[in-house]
Design a protein. Sequence first.
Lengths: 870, 410
Amino acid sequence: MAMEVTQILLNAQAVDAALRNQAEENLKQFQEQNLPSFLFSLAGELANDDKPAESRKLAGLILKNALDAKEQHRKIELVQRWLSLDVTLKAQIKAFLLKTLSSPSLDARSTASQVIAKVAGIELPHKQWPELIGSLLSNVHQLPAPTRQATLETLGYICEEVSPDVVEQDHVNKILTAVVQGMNSTEENNDVRLAAIRALYNALGFAQVNFSNDMERDYIMRIVCEATLSPEPKIRRAAFECLVAISSTYYEKLAPYIQDIFNITAKAVREDEEPVALQAIEFWSSICDEEIDILEEYGGDFSGDSEVPCFYFIKQALSFLVPMLLETLLKQEEDQDQDEGAWNIAMAGGTCLGLVARTVGDDIVPLVMPFIEENITKPDWRQREAATYAFGSILEGPSPDKLVPLVNMALNFMLTALMKDPNNHVKDTTAWTLGRMFEFLHGSALDTPIITPANCQQIITVLLQSMKDVPNVAEKACGALYFLAQGYEDAGSASSPLTPFFQEIVHALLTVTHRDDAVESRLRTAAYEALNEVVRCSNDETSPMVVQLLPLIMMELHQTLESQKVSSDERQNELQGLLCGCLQVIIQKLGSSEPTKYHFMQYADQIMGLFLRVFASRSATAHEEAMLAIGALAYATGADFAKYMTEFYKYLDMGLQNFEDYQVCAITVGVVGDVCRALEEKVLPYCDGIMTQLLKDLSSNQLHRSVKPPIFSCFGDIALAIGENFEKYLLYAMPMLQSAAELSAHTAGADDDMTEYTNSLRNGILEAYSGIFQGFKGSPKTQLLMPYAPHVLQFLDSLYMEKDMDDVVTKTAIGVLGDLADTLGSSAGPLIQQSVSSKEFLKDCLSSDDHLIKESAEWAKLAISRAISF
Amino acid sequence: MAPHDVRRPFKRPAISDQERRRQHSLLRQAQNRRDAQHHARCLASTVLSLPTLAPEPESSPSENPEPWQENLDVLGASKLKAAEARKWFAKQLMHPEWMIDIPNNLSQDWFVFSRPSGKRCFVVSCNGTTISRLRNGSILHRFPSALPAGARKKDSGPSQTYSILDCIFHEGDQTYYVIDMVCWRDYSLSDCTAEFRFFWLNSKLAETGACDLPSRYHKYRFSLVPVYSCDSNGLYAAYSAPVPYVKDGLLFYNKHAHYQAGITPLALVWKDENCSQYVMDTDSKGQVPNQQQVVLELQDDGKLTTSDDPPVVFGCLDGSFIQQSGLQSGCLLRFSIGEGGIVLMDGKLEKADLHYLGKANRARASADSFSKVMFQYSVRHSPLRIDGLLESVSISVDEENKACDIEMDG
C-alpha cells in the first residue's frame, strides 16, 4: 500500500523550479487520488531511519498540514476527513508516529511529536486513542535521553493542543509526574529538562486538581523554583515563564511561595541575562494585572463573597519591589525610542512600575519621589531619562490629591526640558510624561486644574514647537496634545481655553502630516489622531474652522487617489485610512448641530465620491475607515442618502462578502443599519440583495463568529425600515433566528468569553425580533407573525430560567415581550398568559435597579395589559 | 513550544484612536437603533389610541375634516398650526355624563373623587415646554414645568418625549390638579383601565418633582386629587373631607374604563349645593334663570340635537324660521324649557317644551349633552341626593354579606 515518495519529496525541495513544481503537482495528485495511501506513505517515510532527513521532515510537515489548518472552516473539513478514515489505517499511521519518537534523528522526532499532538487534538475529544498517554509514558525513565526528550515534547504539544476536559485526571497525574520528574535537578540531560519545563508550561491548565493538593502543589513549586537556578539560561528562562503562567492561573495559591519567588526574581532582575530578567519582571507585572483586575471588580470591597480574594502581594513587596524596578530604569538602550521592536529591561521595568502604581495607588509616590529628585538634574542623560520615566509611570493610579501638587511643581521643568534638553531620549520621555499628566490629571472631572489660563499658552507653544523635533519626539508631542484636547471634550459649547489657539494648532498638525519623515515613528498617525481629537472638542466658536478644514482634508484624500494611479503602496493606503478617519470625525462633529450640518452638506456629494474611490484600493484598513465614514455620512444626511445608493450598493455588497477581513464585514453590517435608518422604506429596492448576502454570511462557517450577532441586529434594522415588506424574508430569516436562539439559550459550562459571546448573540437575535414585530405593527399582515410567537416566548422563557443574561440582554428581552404583545395584540394574549415565566420575568424587570431595564419593562407591562384586556 | 515572548505596549495609549472611532461608531449605531426602536414603540401606541377615538359630533360638518387629521399622533399634533391644533385637542378630552341614575355596582366598579373647580385642560409637556389647552383647544398657559421634557433643562431626560395630563387649573392656588393621565413619557395610557391610569399617575407624577412648589424651571405646581374607591367610606370622604381646592361636584370613574375622548357614560359627574357652587346653570350674568336653559345644535334638516354620539333630538325648527333668523346648520342655539317640561317614555325622550332664546355664547364649543339637560332638569324637579347615593353603596355591601351568610349556613 505504501508508495515510494522519497524522490518526490526531495524534488519538492529542489532548487530547480520546474522540478519543484512537477513534484508539488505529483504530491497533489497523489493526495487527491488516494488519500489513505498518501498519508500512510508519508507516515512510513517519516518513520524510516534509512530515508534522508529532508524527505522525512517534509513528509511530517505535509502530514501535519493534512490534519490542521488556520482557517476554521478548513480545519473542520480536515478533522472530518481524518475521522472518516479507516481505523486500521489510522492505527498503522499512529504506530509509525510513535515509533519515530525513538529515531536517532532530532528533526524526525520533533516533527513526529507535533504530528502526534495534532492527531491527539482530533481524536481525544472523540474518545479515540485512549491508550496514547499510557503508551507514551510506559517505561519513560528507562528510555534513552533523546526519546525521553521527544516524549516530553510530545506531552507538551498535546497539552497545548487539546482542552483539559478531554484528558482524564488519571492521565493528567501521569503526565505531571513524568514532566516534574523530567524537570528535577537530578535529570542530567539539559535537553530533557528543558523539554520537561516547556511541557509543564502547557500542562499547567490541566493541573487544577493537583494545585489544590498542598503536597503536590508544594512539590511542583519547589521543582519550578529550583529550575530557575539551573546553570543553563534557557532552563532558567523557561522556569520563569512557568512562574508567570502560574501567577495568572493560580494567583490564589501563591501566598506560601511569594517570599521565595520575590528573592529569586530579584536576583534574576539584578544579575541574570536579559531574556531571563525580562521574565522575572514579567512575573510581577502579571501579579499586578491580577490584583488590578480583582480590585477593579470588587472596588476594594471584600465582603467575603468575592471569588478570588486580593492578597495584596504588591503592597506587601512594595518597599523592595520599587527600588528593584527603579534600578532597571537606568539600563536603557541607546536608541530604543527609534526602534519599534525594542523591548529591554528598562522598558519592562518601567512598564511594571506603572502597573505597580495602578495597583497600590498613593503608597508608591513617597518611594519614587526621592529617585526622581536625585536623578532628574544629573548630567548623565540616563539618569534624567530614568527619573522622568519614573515620574510618568506613576501618574496613573495615585489620587489627584497626591499628584496634582507634584505635577504643578514639575510642569515648568518638563516644558523646559522638552525644549532644551540635549538628549532626544530624555525629550521623548518628557513629552510622553506631559501627555500622561494631561491624560490622567486634566479634564472636567478634576477639581483643581493643572492647566490654567496662565500656563495654557506656554504649554501649547512648547508642544507645537516640539512637533518640529525629531520624529519620535514630535510623535509624543502630538500624543500630549491629543490628551490636552481630550480634557476639554466634554466642556460642551462653553468657550474652551484652546479656542484662541485652534487655528494655530490645526495648522501645526497639518504641517506635521506633510513632513518628509512623517512616516517614521508613527508620526503621521499621531498627528492625525491629535487632529481628530481637536475636532472632537471644537465648539460653536471654533466650528467655522472645522468647516474650513473639511475641504483641505478632502483635497488630501483626492491627492492620494490621484497619485495611486501611478504607484500603490501600503503607506498610501494607510494615509487614506487616516484621512477617511479624520473625515469621519469631521462629519460627526459638523452633523451634530443644524447650522454646521448645513455647511457640511454642501460637500456631501464630493465626499461620497471620494469615499467610493477609496474602495478601489486593496487595503482592508482603508476600506474599513471609508465604510465607517460612510455610516456617519448616512446618519448625517438622512433620507437624502438615497441618491448615493445606486453607486454605493456594490461596495456595500462587496463589504458584506468580505469574510477574510471580517472587521470590514462587521463594519459594513453596521453601515447597513445606518442606511436603513436614514432611508427607511426607500431602502426596499436594495433589500433583496442585502438580505441574500446577510443570510449567506450567517450560513458560512468561514466568517468570524463575532460578525453574526450584528447581522441579526441588522435584520431588525431592515424590518423596522421596510415594515410589512419584510414579509418575503420571514421564511428565511425566522428559521435562522430560531435555530440560533436554540443554540444560544444555554451557556452551561462555557467560559467567560463564550458566555459573553452568547449574550451578544442573544442580544442580536432579540433585536431582530424587536425590529420585526415593530416593523409589522399596525399592518394587516401582523398575523403572519403568529406562528413564530410561541417560539419567541419559549426563547424568552429559557433565557429567564437560565439566569445568566447580562443587563443588555435582559433589557432587550423584556422589550421583545412588549413588542410581541404590542403587535399581535389580543391574539397573543392567551399565549403570554400561558407562557411559563413571562409574568415573573416582567415582575423582576419592573423592580430592576437598571433604569433602562425598568423602562423597557414598563413599556412591556403596558403593551401586555392592553393585549390581555382587549 | 518556542519561548513565550512578553512585550507590553510601551509609551502607547491603551486604546488607539482608530479603535476609539470604531467604538464611537458602534455606540452611535446602538444608540440610533434604540432611538428608532423607541420611536416605533411610541408612535405605534399613539397612532393606535388617540386618533382612532370617535370624534365628537360637534365638529362642524360644514368643514370636511382633512383626512390626515384623523391619523395624527400627538407629536404631529404639536406641530400643527394654531387653529388646527385647537381643533385637534378639542376632541381629545374625556367628558363625563351627568349622573341621572345610579349605576349598578357603584361600590365595586367605580372610583369617586371631588372635582376641583376651575378650567379643565390638557397639559402637554414636550420638547422643553409645557402647554395647557382648554377644552376648546385654545392655549391657557405656556410654561416650564418639572414634567418630563417640560422645561429646557439638561437633566429632564430626552427632550422628544411627551406626556399628556388631564387637569383642572384651579385659580385660587394657581395649581394644576391632575385628574387623569393620558400619556406618560411617550407611552399612551388611553387604552389602559382607569385603575391602572390612577396607579400610574400616583406613582409617576411625584417622581418628577412636578408636585413641588413653583421654581424657576417649574412655573405652576401640579397636584393630585384624592381618589377613593366608591364604597360608603370613600364616597363619604370624597363628599365631605376637606380639600385644598374649591369643589365642583363629584366625579365617578368606572375602574375598568379606558380613556375615551368625548362623552362617556363610564365617567359621571354629580353635584349638590353642598359640594358645588354651581349646581344649577347660570346665565351670562351669573344668575340662575327662572327656567332651565339648554344649548342645542341645529342640524341640516332643522333638527335640534345634543352633543351625544349618536345625538339625541330634542326638537325641530322649521325652515322658514331658520331662514328668517339667519341660522345655519351647525349653529349652537339657546332654548329655555317651558312649563311643558321634558317628558320621558321608558327612559327615552318623548318631547320637550323648548322656547328659542337666541344663539349661544360664542365661547361654547359644543351643545349640551342629554345627560346634562336631564340632570339640570332633575335638580329643578326631583334631585338625586347624597343620601340616596350613600344608601345605594351601603345596600350593595349588605347584599354581599347576606349572600355570604346563606352560603355558610347551607
